[in-house]
Design a protein. Structure first.
Length: 184
């Protein structure tokens, strides 16, 4: 029974992918355009009757209704394939954050927390001369702290500013526990 379900599901996936690909082709657009032009040309022969209007309305409604589901099925499969490829890239890279592997299953609020971290990472990278200095939020924060410690010894004014920035940074770090919990 399981095999027959997989075969019918696989058959539907193939059908949905083929129809979705065909519907997006130039030939499909040309065919649909010709049908509309043919329908419009037939208008005077049918005195632009309600039946004449009903034919195109019914036809387009049925086709649209069915195409929504076929295209959505194909999009779901494509989206899953892309997510799996991205997960593989993130998981295989030593410098990437593994909390991103399953990010599509996080809640929107959890994603916003991660987005805030990447904004802070972006802010830190804007301070660096090279775009390739850091690879992760933690590494960027560590690198930033190392720079601050070096600068404190050279210039006491920077130490005061750095302490204020660290205090502010600590208040934005609190959500990281929520992100780390969801990553586990």
């Amino acid at each position: 029974m399981k095999d027959s379900k997989n075969k019918s599901s696989g058959g539907f996936e193939k059908f949905a992918s083929a129809v979705s690909k065909a519907a997006g082709s130039t030939a499909a657009f040309t065919g649909a355009f010709c049908v509309v032009v043919g329908w419009a040309i037939c208008g005077p022969f049918f005195d632009y009757s309600e039946t004449w209007q009903l034919v195109i309305n019914t036809g387009t409604t049925i086709i649209t209704f069915l195409m929504v589901f076929l295209i959505q099925k194909a999009q779901n499969k494509d989206s899953l394939a892309i997510q799996l490829k991205l997960n593989e890239l993130v998981a295989s890279n030593d410098h990437s954050s593994n909390r991103l592997v399953d990010i599509e299953n996080m809640t929107e609020e959890e994603m916003i927390v991660v987005q805030k971290y990447y904004r802070s990472l972006s802010d830190l990278s804007k301070k660096d001369e090279s775009l390739h200095v850091s690879h992760s939020i933690e590494e960027a924060e560590d690198q930033h702290e190392i720079k601050n410690n070096r600068n404190r010894h050279k210039n006491p004014d920077i130490a005061t500013k750095s302490a204020a920035a660290k205090k502010k940074s600590d208040t934005t770090k609190k959500p990281s526990a929520a992100v780390k919990k969801t990553a586990k």
